[in-house]
Design a protein around this ligand. Sequence first.
Ligand SMILES: [Zn+2]
Length: 263
Amino acid sequence: MSHHVPCNKCRYCLRGHHTACETLHTTNYYPGGFAQYVRVPKINVEQGVYELPDDMSFEEGTFIEPLACVIRGQRLAKLQKEDTLLIIGGGLAGNLHAQLAKAKGVRNIIVAGVNQYRLRLTKKFGAHRTIDARLNVLQELKKINGGRLADQVFICKGGVSAALTAMECVDKGGTILFFAVSDPTVRIPVPMTEFWRNEITLKTSYGAAPRDLEESLGVLAQKKLNVADMITHRFSIQQAAEGFRLMAKSGKSLKIIIEPNKD
Ligand SMILES: [Zn+2]
């Protein structure tokens, strides 16, 4: 069941921006998802229920929403097979983007990240090449991409430096997708004149709409992606804080699952 659902009636929903809908921004489970039982509002039951296929596990099901966000992002960015795609951030979002792009036939997928454990996994999950983001990402990109920059740069990591790196690494005519953003108080300087002269697109994507969730369910049902192997840890509700600590320091983890009925 989807935690956010749109009204499907407002101006934004009717124009395809379901994730900008005020109803979507305000619907949620109560008091939250980390419980054995949760109260689900009527509108979520009416508009946000998706049937899990018999051969899909609950663990695979946990990927429906994150993958749906990735599907939406790639559609809005208009990712093409012939693009050089640079993904900044080798966490779960970055890895899902790489895996989906590979499944779509994108031929040049590069992931930049600082966590070496995750970068190794990234190769398994779709990246053709990786860049150690502790180095100069722009120089490393040129080195491995025949001197060229990237047609598409997906920011899958918060923080100003990821956004600044993306703006350096986008090629003329290219697109930067803000899939993750910084703290709301942060302002990011954009070299607007340079972007104007070179027709750079700055694109954002937020969350997932029903269409994205349905598509995601279809992709997972067809077993097109290997999501099960992205799970590195499983915790009980009692251990949830430990799970969050592990995720915050990233370390040797990628996808952490909290199992509400686990002892
Ligand atoms: Zn709406």
